[in-house]
Design a protein around this ligand. Structure first.
Ligand code: GTB
Length: 217
């Protein structure tokens, strides 16, 4: 039985793949697992039926038989554990790939989300002009450190892993801010992730929700 995930019926990003269902779709595509999607309005996300799956009334969720999960990182981890292709077999390499999953979500993503809040939600506040550069400098610190660690490598630790998948998706949210362009090796890293056929399929599927056109193929 195919798992079912939830996604925005009307994503605020207009199909640019920035909502967090995209990372789950990408993981499922990487491992070749077909899936169903249940689209939700903002109102439906807050209804009891959905809150039973997701205590915070958000997307994405994941249902597979009698298992229901929320939190995109936990969902990607579950997919990576169940299928080959997203985590190495060697126990130490696997532990390091999992560390990169946590790094993406716990160390790199928070200041990036903060920037979105500062730039969009708080932009009319009198202190926004002072706060935004501070948040952006915190992002630069992380990007500089990440770029140093990546060096000339293709991926963060050997072969492409769930750590790279999450890190790439987290970094994609900076597109358009100009910040990623300051780190050419990270821009190239993100471009490598986007060029993966599984990413392309996932992107097309979520874009089709916005355009109303079924994805080609
Ligand atoms: N930590 C959770 C996870 O990783 O799954 C966070 C889940 C989350 O933030 N979900 C968002 C949501 O449901 C969608 S992804 N929001 C509705 C609500 O809280 O009521 C965040 C997101 C939304 C939109 C864009 N965008 O338009 O660019 C990007 C990211």
């Amino acid at each position: 039985m195919s798992p079912t995930i939830t996604a925005f019926a009307q994503s605020p990003d207009r199909g640019r793949g920035l909502a967090r269902d995209m990372r789950v779709r990408w993981a499922l595509e990487e491992v070749g697992q077909p899936y169903e999607v249940r689209l939700l309005s903002f109102a439906e996300m807050k209804e009891p039926a959905h809150r039973a799956l997701h205590p915070f009334g958000q997307i994405p969720t994941y249902e597979e038989g009698d298992l229901a999960l929320f939190e995109s990182g936990a969902i990607v981890f579950h997919i990576a554990q169940r299928h080959a292709g997203l985590l190495p077999d060697d126990p130490n390499a696997r532990a390091r790939a999992i560390a990169w999953m946590f790094a993406a979500l716990a160390t790199v993503e928070p200041p990036i989300v903060d920037r979105t809040i500062a730039a969009l939600v708080e932009r009319d506040r009198p202190w926004c002009a002072e706060r935004l550069p501070l948040v952006e400098d915190r992002i630069r610190d992380r990007l500089g450190e990440l770029s140093s660690r990546l060096g000339e490598a293709e991926w963060l630790d050997g072969a492409f892993s769930a750590g790279d998948l999450l890190m790439t998706h987290v970094l994609l949210r900076l597109r358009g801010s100009g910040l990623l362009d300051e780190y050419p090796s990270l821009s190239a890293y993100v471009a490598r992730g986007e060029a993966r056929p599984a990413y392309q399929r996932a992107f097309a599927a979520q874009l089709a929700v916005f355009t109303g056109d079924p994805p080609a193929g």
